[in-house]
Design a protein around this ligand. Structure first.
Ligand SMILES: [Zn+2]
Length: 683
């Protein structure tokens, strides 16, 4: 096995060991700051292009580092958090009797990731146990069982997504769910679009797979054949997949069936054997989110040979593991997926990749120690007050909304009353005591932690919903709203500058974290969230007239954002980004209302300037600067197809041009691009 790997490696002209670079100690990254007057481009006119005004100098001063594909205020903070976490990991990675059980777990995980010598020595043999399961297949009838056996215990993701989640129509039930999956490229459009760029990407993808198969020991001829097999299967799966835009609609992804009905849909796939392999509990019905996908999958199982399916599974195993294998695999994977697809110039330093891998694998272990150091109870308390201020603003906004009937307003308020908040980190932490971490087995550790999470999910079947659970780890720079839980979640990681800085005036905080809170709250009332009631069930609570008025208003945003260009020749997908755009618009309005109420309560003078700007101007600038970013063209093209969020420039300009208070704050002339005669408003 090892000899074959050396042969394959040499043929490809790669060296097995990483290039001999002098290892430089990582330098502490500067903490990003909230509202920075020096980032402003004073040569730009805020009424013509506010993003350019707020971020023009920032863009010039902050070129994209070679190991990044986008570089914005978000990424600066993310990078900073990674570095802070790395400090904890480096300390915990040293074998020491004094380590706590948690430190032992995340320290050893990190150590196993940094041990590249071990990984280079193992080469493809690190993956041998999983590859042996595939090699032992003698009939397509075994496919379902093998997909299950790769998932548990090897943690290799298969052909589709399978798990347990809340029932859309009764959020107190946790039911089995399955959905499309099994693609390696970022979206089905990569397989289907007939542009020159996509054709080139597909060619290079096939050639990348060929190289990976050779690294795994295939002969050149065999590698070409295996790569073709995979491309045939993935293309057919892409053809059967639902678009990202349609997937946003809860009614399109709700198809409850019995297991017999699912088996009738996919007679070639032995679901019972899959379920047995993953030790899934008994259930009568499940939600098959994307039936067409499973029909396409079934046809491929029927039409293609056992050999083709073995190629596909081998590819899944190699592709999943590639970033965590020997140098040759890491490099080949980087060259295609990060360099070619996203434009990344260099791979991130090993310590950064390993820090993120540890957060990903054991986030609530390292997160516990992270919040002890970097998240104080005062921060949590202040954040709670801000959320309350935004809650009051949304109640007022609902009450004053010009187009909604009193009946629907009452229902909207009832939903808001039921919306819960989670700030910083979980009340109780995941118990990792059953996870065994080994200092010299990275792939084994990743499998252990992946299976731990799978098991935790599958075991929810039929149990009561845990409303205290988090979907993000504490150091994450992000926030989210969950429609079935009707809650807003703010990890400790985002509660720092540039988002949150209590040494700054209220305008700066409301413009940054305030608009983030308002954004998450508005998600409860966007085109998707508004289909759920306050209990998390898909249930209409608007009158038919109000729903029609709502749809007219969201259509206005679809058209508006759909006219924005993201890269030359590519327009934003107004439908895919609708929910996020509605949330951005609502967030900007709500946080502004909350700021004005706060200033009034403090008896503050409305036009008292700081750094030469009024509170309203500082509010909009603080909001704008959160979204300052530079993006590589390849990454921007990818986002245009896959990201439900608009790019920074349009998050800023789209939202301010829909909010008249902006034009007033900067004394724009009515009719200027950022202060138009007609604009869109949902909330
Ligand atoms: Zn959002």
């Amino acid at each position: 096995m090892k000899l074959a790997l050396f042969a394959g490696t040499l043929l490809l002209g790669c060296s097995l060991a990483p290039a001999q670079k002098t290892a430089l100690a990582p330098i502490e990254p500067k903490a990003p700051q909230s509202f920075d007057p020096s980032a402003i481009d004073k040569s730009a006119d805020p009424c013509q292009d506010f993003y350019q005004y707020a971020c023009g100098n920032w863009e010039k001063e902050n070129p994209i580092p070679p190991d990044q594909v986008r570089w914005g205020q978000f990424d600066l903070l993310r990078n900073r958090n990674t570095w802070l976490m790395y400090q904890l990991l480096e300390k915990a990675a040293k074998p020491d009797e004094q380590r706590s059980p948690l430190e032992q777990k995340y320290g050893d995980f990190y150590a196993s990731c940094m041990n590249t010598k071990e990984l280079d020595e193992k080469g493809v043999t690190a993956l041998k146990p999983a590859l042996d399961v595939i090699a032992a297949m003698t009939s397509k009838k075994q496919l379902a069982a093998v997909v299950g056996k790769l998932e548990i215990p090897y943690g290799i993701s298969g052909l589709y997504a399978f798990g347990v989640g809340q029932d859309q129509k009764d959020s107190t039930l946790q039911i089995a769910q399955t959905s499309q999956g099994g693609l390696s490229l970022p979206d089905r459009d990569y397989y289907l679009q007939q542009t020159g760029r996509m054709q080139k990407i597909r060619q290079d993808f096939v050639s990348h797979m060929g190289k990976m198969f050779r690294l795994a020991g295939d002969s050149p001829e065999r590698a070409v054949e295996e790569a073709r097999n995979v491309m045939t299967i993935e293309t057919a799966l892409a053809q059967g997949s639902m678009s990202r835009t349609d997937l946003r609609d809860p009614s399109k992804r709700y198809h409850v069936m019995t297991l017999d009905q699912l088996s009738a849909l996919t007679p070639e796939f032995q679901w019972q054997e899959y379920l047995q392999a993953i030790s899934m509990g008994e259930f009568k019905t499940l939600n098959v989110a994307t039936p067409d996908f499973f029909t396409a999958m079934n046809k491929q199982i029927h039409d293609l040979s056992l050999d083709a399916w073995k190629s596909y599974l081998r590819w899944r195993a190699l592709h999943d593991a590639a970033p965590w294998m020997s140098h040759a695999f890491v490099q080949e994977n980087f060259d295609f997926f990060s360099h070619e697809l996203l434009g990344q110039q260099e791979n991130a330093p090993r310590w950064k990749r390993c820090t993120r891998a540890t957060d990903n694998a054991l986030g609530e272990a390292v997160g516990q120690d992270w919040v002890k150091q970097y998240f104080s109870p005062e921060k949590k308390e202040n954040m709670d007050k801000l959320v309350t201020a935004l809650d009051t603003a949304l109640a007022k906004d609902i009450a004053e909304l010009p187009w909604m009937s009193e009946e629907t307003k009452k229902n909207a308020q009832a939903k808001l009353d039921l919306m819960r908040r989670k700030i910083g980190y979980p009340e109780h932490w995941r118990d990792y005591s059953s996870v065994t971490i080994n200092r010299d087995d990275l792939l084994g550790n990743i499998a252990q932690t992946t299976v731990y999470e799978d098991r935790r999910n599958l075991d929810k079947l039929g149990k009561p919903v845990d409303e205290t659970e988090w979907g993000m780890t504490p150091p994450t720079v992000n926030a989210y709203y969950s429609p079935p839980l009707n809650d807003i979640n703010f990890p400790a990681g985002i509660l720092q500058p540039p988002f949150y800085d209590f040494s700054k005036d209220p305008a700066v905080n409301f413009g940054a974290i305030g608009t983030v809170i308002g954004h998450e709250m508005t998600h409860g009332f966007d085109d998707q969230g508004s289909q759920y009631d306050g209990h998390g069930n898909v249930q209409e609570w608007q009158t038919p007239t109000d729903r029609r008025a709502f749809n007219e208003r969201t259509d206005c945003e679809v058209k508006e954002y759909g006219s924005f260009e993201t890269v030359p020749g590519v327009k934003l997908n107004g439908k895919l980004t609708l929910g996020e755009n509605t949330a951005d618009n609502g967030g900007l309005r709500l946080a502004y209302m909350a700021l004005m109420d706060t200033l009034a309560a403090q008896g503050a003078v409305e036009d008292k300037k700081i750094d030469g700007y009024t509170p309203a101007q500082r509010y909009f600038l603080s909001f704008g600067q959160v979204w300052c970013q530079n993006v590589r063209e390849q990454a921007a093209r990818n986002s245009a197809l896959t990201d439900p969020h608009s790019p920074g420039r349009w998050r800023v300009n789209g939202a301010v041009q829909n909010f008249d208070e902006f034009g007033k704050a900067f004394a724009c002339k009515k009719g200027a691009p950022m202060y138009p005669e007609n604009s869109c408003r949902v909330w």
